[in-house]
Ligand binder design. Structure first.
Ligand code: MN
Ligand code: MN
Length: 464
């Protein structure tokens, strides 16, 4: 039961549209390298598409009605968009969900130190990473510093061609005999992921601070450029990510190589489908883009928080139909595509996959009936009836899709946000785009799969 390669089916017009989606997706990756930057860009694109802030409308006492488009944001890191449909919302919504946080290195709260005339920032990695992949790369720093006076300093260093980049060293091969005997998990350990940020000492320091002259110089630059002091790191969220823009990959330009495609590839395509829905839908459409998936969907901006439930409650209130029961019905009667990346079959590591149930680059959006590990543990396991409904929608709209599991049984596994949304009793299935080298600094996707995901989300919003 092999699925056809989507590239073989495209007309010239479709190829043009595919390239347009891919280009806009690459732009989204370039401007959104952190969850905060993603939310900023999502709000910008939503406003351009006619979406308004839910809280602002409520404050003005404006009632919500069919056809209205609203968004709501939590702590600048999680966002929900709604396009109110004609049907009673208690009959449910069509929901597209994905996450906008990605694996990276976070700067510690007390990070700055100097050792032997070199200055470093200490980090704590976020999400699952192969630590040895993060050394000897040009790195950028993105994030915010919140100052005691209430002001926020936004920082982005390493993306402009003229910007300096940051760096993590590795031991030269000539002296690595002993290091190379270690297990891959131990070759580079967590505490070795320190960011090299300076080597030039500040001149004319008093004797007692001379030993930290390189660190003092870094602090001077930070103060001059950003008005921050060493103590301000205490209340900062600074993320170290690979420097540079998303690129076309392959001589045939069929792929995209970029940082953060898990899960911005699903987040962006879900958003694009949502924003392009111009006419008032029958069922209310929703796009929910969450933070903290990579560390277990925890915290106020993760899927386990009440953000989504509270947002729907506010929506119902704005529509003048809030009741506890109406809220529960709206959630229970909803259908969701919970989108996250799938492991793309990689012939170089073929032994990790079971070929009949693997996701292949170029064969369309992937449906995962279940995810999880060790006997489906932690999985949502979508209802067979619902899987049939989603198949029908995709076939009706000519969407290329495939089904897969994450690797061979007992090789590992992974979780998503699907099981959390399913707690409301709604229909949920895991879906998404296949990725090569998932969680590496640079990940690879197929443009055809990006395009098919976008088509799938449009079809789902319309017909689920
Ligand atoms: Mn993911
Ligand atoms: Mn992930």
């Amino acid at each position: 039961m092999e699925r056809r390669n989507a590239w073989l089916s495209y007309t010239e017009a479709e190829e043009k549209e595919l390239e347009k989606v891919a280009k806009e997706y690459r732009n989204f990756l370039d401007v959104g390298k952190t969850e905060r930057e993603c939310v900023t860009q999502i709000i910008k694109e939503a406003q351009e598409a006619g979406y308004e802030c839910l809280e602002e409308k409520a404050a003005k006492g404006e009632k919500l009605k069919a056809g209205d488009k609203v968004y709501t944001v939590g702590m600048k890191k999680i966002v929900a968009l709604f396009h109110i449909g004609q049907d009673d919302i208690a009959e449910g919504m069509n929901i597209l969900g994905a996450h906008i946080d990605s694996p990276r290195l976070d700067i510690k709260q007390n990070p700055l130190y100097e050792d032997t005339d070199l200055a470093y920032l200490d980090t704590h990695y976020y999400g699952g990473v192969k630590k040895y992949q993060w050394v000897t790369l040009p790195l950028a720093m993105h994030g915010v510093v919140a100052k005691k006076d209430g002001s926020i300093v936004e920082i982005s260093i390493g993306e402009d061609a003229e910007d300096p980049v940051l760096y993590i060293t590795d031991l030269l091969i000539h002296l690595s005999g002993k290091q190379l005997q270690k297990k891959a998990a131990e070759v580079i350990e967590g505490e070795m992921l320190d960011i090299l940020i300076g080597s030039r000492p500040l001149a004319e320091l008093p004797d007692d601070s001379k030993k930290d002259a390189v660190k003092q110089n870094v602090l001077k630059i930070l103060n001059e450029k950003y008005g921050i002091e060493e103590e301000d790191f205490l209340s900062a969220e600074l993320e170290i990510v690979p420097a540079g823009k998303a690129r076309d990959c392959g001589l045939d330009r069929s792929m995209i190589a970029a940082y953060g495609q898990d899960d911005r590839v699903c987040a962006y395509t879900s958003l694009a489908a949502m924003l392009e829905m111009e006419e008032t839908p029958k069922r209310t459409g929703c796009c929910l883009l969450v933070d903290k998936e990579e560390i277990g969907s925890v915290g106020a901006t993760g899927m386990q928080s009440r953000f989504f439930e509270n947002s729907v409650a506010e929506l119902l209130d704005g529509m003048g139909c809030y009741s506890e029961l109406a809220l529960r019905r709206a959630l229970r009667n909803s259908s969701m595509l919970s989108s996250d990346v799938s492991a793309g079959y990689d012939p170089a590591y073929g032994e990790a996959f079971e070929k009949k149930n693997a996701a292949y680059l170029g064969r369309g959006i992937v449906l995962n009936k279940f995810t999880g590990a060790r006997g489906k543990s932690g999985s949502n396991d979508a209802n067979a009836e619902y899987v049939a409904r989603v198949r029908r929608i995709f076939d009706d709209h000519n969407v290329a899709f495939q089904t897969a599991e994450l690797g061979k049984v007992d090789f590992g596994g992974g979780g998503t946000i699907a099981y959390i949304a399913a707690l409301y009793g709604m229909e949920v299935i895991d879906s998404g785009v296949a990725v090569l080298s998932m969680h590496a600094p640079w990940e690879v996707t197929s443009k055809a799969d990006v395009y098919e995901a976008y088509k799938a989300y449009k079809a789902f919003l319309l017909d689920a």
